[in-house]
Design a protein around this ligand. Structure first.
Ligand code: NDP
Length: 322
């Protein structure tokens, strides 16, 4: 259930309570492919948009810029303790002894003493210097239990407040739940009306795991153009909202937090104006019935090696569950 609060500047906002006891703001700013604009985007989001949640990752290559944007916002009067900052452990660091050094490097890049949320980025370990697509020997065995134990220690040592995973399947999440001392607080997954991913949402709900929807607008160039989808456009027009706002709101009404990316100041501010209206049931159902269901982020270019394996197809990556 979402809780409504107000930022000191009077922006209405919502958050969800995590298993860790901490709260995650319902809308966060995505920063993948923000590049050199990340600093300005983060500053605009925090100071002008009323965001308190930033999603980044070492792999995005923009953590220094994200850190600069946060620092400027803190100078402008925003308190670090009111921010919720997420980063992710990249695939080359998926072995127990590499977890803590990777986190410390991320903290340094972000100029922060702690992270609010640290996620396993993808459940596949890559050799350092792996090519895209991978060559033989690039995709290595992943010691999920050993890595998770190290993630748990980061929480015990107050370096990280909550931990979680991304891009997991039912099979992988059940495996993790079999040995986890700390159950993941968050599962971050691709979710939008073109890829509802209902089965994973259901499993997370049953276990009290909060879900964050990534690529909520259908992602970037080469993704799914939901902004111009007929159903989305029709409902946006009817509600006098933009397609972006309708897509963000759809995710919120499913009980997920949502992390739209934008580096455009107007769209950053637009995407979070979603707290004082609702999508009526009938329209919500129409958005939830779009028939062409397909992932954008299928992981093929990063992890599939058709001839050598260990994953020879996209279906292999997703444990043949789709
Ligand atoms: P989104 O679905 O958020 O879409 C971003 C694209 O939509 C950009 O091209 C952006 O352009 C454009 N856009 C933003 N707002 C609007 C609007 N109101 N109207 C029209 N167009 C708009 O894509 P992402 O794939 O970036 O996903 C969001 C975030 O999720 C990422 O940035 C990242 O933080 C996270 N993520 C996590 C993954 C994981 O493996 N855990 C994988 C992928 C994403 P512009 O900037 O010009 O506004």
């Amino acid at each position: 259930m979402a809780h409504t609060t107000f930022t000191p500047e009077g922006h209405k906002t919502e958050s969800f309570r995590l298993l860790s006891g901490h709260k995650i703001p319902a809308v966060g700013l995505g920063t993948w492919q923000s590049g050199s604009q990340a600093s300005h985007a983060v500053f605009t989001a925090l100071v002008e948009g009323g965001y308190r949640h930033i999603d980044t990752a070492w792999e995005y290559g923009d953590q220094n810029e994200v850190g600069q944007g946060m620092k400027r916002a803190i100078h402008a009067g925003i308190e670090r303790r009111d921010l919720f900052v997420t980063s992710k452990l990249w695939c080359t660091e998926l072995s127990p002894e590499r977890v803590r050094p990777a986190l410390l490097n991320t903290l340094q890049e972000l100029q922060s003493d702690y992270l609010d949320l640290f996620l396993i980025h993808w459940p596949f370990r890559l050799r350092e210097g792996a090519s895209r697509p991978p060559k033989a020997g690039d995709v290595l065995e992943f010691d999920m239990e050993g890595v998770w134990r190290e993630m748990e220690k980061l929480v015990k040592d107050n370096l990280v407040r909550s931990i979680g995973v991304c891009n997991f399947t039912i099979t992988k999440l059940n495996k993790l739940l079999g040995f986890a001392e700390l159950i993941p607080s968050v599962c971050q997954m691709e979710m939008h009306p073109g890829w509802r991913n209902d089965k994973m949402l259901q499993l997370c709900r049953m276990n009290g795991i909060h879900v964050t929807a990534y690529s909520p607008l259908g992602s970037q160039e080469g993704g799914r153009d939901l902004i111009h989808d007929q159903t989305v456009e029709r409902i946006a027009k009817k509600l006098n909202k933009t397609p972006g706002q309708v897509l963000v709101k759809w995710g919120l009404q499913r009980g997920t937090s949502v992390i739209p990316k934008s580096s455009n100041p107007e769209r950053i501010k637009e995407n979070i104006k979603v707290f004082d209206w609702v999508i009526p049931d009938q329209d919500f159902e129409a958005l939830s019935s779009i028939s062409d269901q397909k992932r954008v982020m299928d992981g093929e270019d990063m992890f599939v090696d058709k001839s050598e394996g260990p994953f020879r197809s996209v279906a292999d990556l997703w444990d043949h569950e789709d």
